[in-house]
Design a protein around this ligand. Sequence first.
Ligand SMILES: Nc1ncnc2c1ncn2[C@@H]1O[C@H](COP(=O)(O)OP(=O)(O)OP(=O)(O)O)[C@@H](O)[C@H]1O
Ligand SMILES: [Mg+2]
Length: 246
Amino acid sequence: MTGALPPSPLPLPLLAVESLDAWYGGARILSGVTIQVGAGEVVALLGRNGAGKTTTLRAVFGLGPRRRGQIRFLDHPLIPESPHRIARYGLGYVPEDRRLFGELTVLENLEMGRQPPRPGRPPWTPERLFALFPNLGASRRSEAGRLSGGEQQMLALARALMGNPLVLMLDEPSEGLAPRLIQTVGETLQGLRSEGVGILLAEQSLTLAGAVADRAYIMEKGEIRHHAPMTALLADPTTRQSWLAV
Ligand SMILES: Nc1ncnc2c1ncn2[C@@H]1O[C@H](COP(=O)(O)OP(=O)(O)OP(=O)(O)O)[C@@H](O)[C@H]1O
Ligand SMILES: [Mg+2]
């Protein structure tokens, strides 16, 4: 027989962004951004056009803006750190502009995303991804540049999954997708959450985020203006109208 378990400590977030400031050249874009993402959590980063969502994700991933503040991923401080190392640690990123290699095939693009497996989790393979996204499987030997816009978005997500991310950041993955594909993305994110992956989902609208996110941060002019459980935000039209495009 075992004795009583000691009280468990509060779970540490997988990704903790604290008091993050960022600049493009002399222009200050972010001020004091603080965001946490825990294991098995879908966290939305919402805000209108130009609010600073993409800048936040790029700053976390070490892509460009000059940064000040703290960013911790697992035990790793991410300032200063290169995108290559950050991806190796297990932080995945699906950029707004997809960044596919248009002249490489679907399979070759997937290989570009490959990172080590993570202990205790089944690694992503092209075959497992093709079961999830059958259109990609059917086009596996086609050049990525020849896929439809929706298929390219699925490929960008699939390539990020090849990195076996522990936390996945997605920048407006629902933009321009047909409702059926938005549903596929939503189901994929829910599947990842059930495996304990943490998800940071930047979106302008609540179409996808309202369906899958547990919590939401709302940004405006480079600052976090509001933080609430998604259920509270969905029940609060005043806040939505103040800060969002809906
Ligand atoms: N490379 C850059 N150089 C200078 N300013 C930039 C750069 N990228 C973005 N900005 C500015 O930073 C601010 C935040 O932009 P950002 O792209 O982060 O917003 P966003 O919330 O992602 O918007 P959207 O929903 O339209 O994608 C905007 O004022 C934008 O003009
Ligand atoms: Mg953006």
